[in-house]
Design a protein around this ligand. Structure first.
Ligand SMILES: [Zn+2]
Length: 351
């Protein structure tokens, strides 16, 4: 990043969120889980897998618009999204792509297949990935995680990705429940895969692809520290659905690393942020003007509350003086709040 910038500039290219769940933008304030989770699997079962089951396409539309708006406001111009809504699968990826297009943010999305809802559920997820990619959508093939998929589903996802010449976007070894993932996906993986988390992977796990580190989410789910610089793979940064403020995620990535290692510097975390331009190259030509200069690692790590002032995507102004140019931010927040109320009520009614 430094090489492309003048020393005192307040500009950077557009930041990339290499792992997001736009469907979880309405999760904030959701009802308390029926059981207080004591393990990572219980967090999934009692929080995230209840949220995704309650989603319909209208909730998803406004969740994605809110997520896209908040990305833009944080200088993030490209989102790599991973989606699951098991009771509203068909057409869901187009709803996300259209929502982001309306706000003006770049998105690559995918449907995270799983056998949690039977093999028919996995088939429907595969079909949605295939439909979206066949229609020319920008995306990958999604897999929830090896521990919720059969070997047949994992192979089918890898095959579909090859057919469309894209990578697979999969959670790997986020918690100890997924310790067996490496042996099951190693031989399927290729360099264009996105390997999300890798917290419990061995240093020499042998899986190909870019590892995406999500420090805030890992802390929130209490799964441990991934220590991402131990891997031979390239490392990028994501949020795992908790917004798309990549400067904040960069700061957390640095502080978490420093917490474990007094020799850590902001340069590692900055290089992980910059890796986003390899996985979403178009963002490199986007421009963000920040409220602070110089926009470089050792300043950005220790400066609180840096805001994006102006954002250009594909040479079009999409954020001007902190306000979106294509959509009404107040309207999106109001509609998203209405849909959040519906969603939270639906979660409470789940069996
Ligand atoms: Zn995730």
């Amino acid at each position: 990043m430094n090489q492309t910038l003048e020393a005192s500039t307040s500009e950077t290219p557009g930041l990339v969120c290499a792992h997001h769940h736009l469907y979880s933008a309405l999760a904030r304030g959701m009802p308390a889980p029926p059981k207080v989770p004591g393990t990572f699997l219980e967090v999934l079962e009692n929080v995230w897998w209840r949220l995704d089951r309650a989603l319909d396409l209208e909730m998803l539309e406004w969740s994605a618009k809110l997520g896209a708006l908040e990305a833009l406001e944080a200088g993030c111009t490209a989102i790599i999204d991973h989606h699951e809504s098991p009771n509203a699968i068909e057409g869901s990826l187009s709803v996300i792509a259209d929502a982001c297009a309306e706000v003006g943010v770049r998105v690559s999305t995918c449907y995270g297949i799983t056998d949690r809802h039977g093999s028919a559920g996995a088939q429907r997820g595969l079909a949605e990935n295939d439909r979206f990619l066949t229609d020319g959508g920008r995306g990958m093939v999604g897999v929830h995680a090896a521990f919720t998929c059969s070997d047949d589903s994992l192979s089918a996802a890898a095959e579909l990705a090859l057919k469309h010449q894209v990578g697979v976007h999969i959670h790997v070894a986020e918690g100890i429940d997924d310790l067996g993932a490496a042996d099951r996906v190693r031989d399927l993986s290729t360099d264009d895969w996105l390997i999300i988390h890798g917290v419990h992977l061995a240093d020499d796990h042998g899986i190909s692809g870019t590892i995406v580190h999500n420090p805030r989410s890992n802390m929130n789910n209490s799964v441990g520290y991934a220590r991402p610089n131990r891997f031979a793979n390239p490392v990028a940064l994501g949020t795992d659905g908790i917004g798309a403020d990549m400067l904040a995620e960069f700061q957390l990535a640095y502080f978490k690393q420093r917490d474990e290692d007094i020799h850590a510097t902001p340069d590692d975390a900055w290089s992980w942020l910059a890796q986003g331009w390899t996985v979403f190259p178009e963002a490199r030509s986007d421009r963000v003007t920040w409220s602070y200069a110089p926009a470089e690692a050792w300043h950005m790590a220790f400066t609180p509350t840096i805001r994006a002032i102006d954002v250009e995507i594909d040479q079009q102004a999409v954020l001007n003086e902190g306000l979106p140019t294509r959509v009404d931010a107040d309207e999106i927040r109001a509609k998203a709040r209405e849909q959040a109320t519906r969603l939270h009520a639906a979660i409470e009614e789940l069996p």
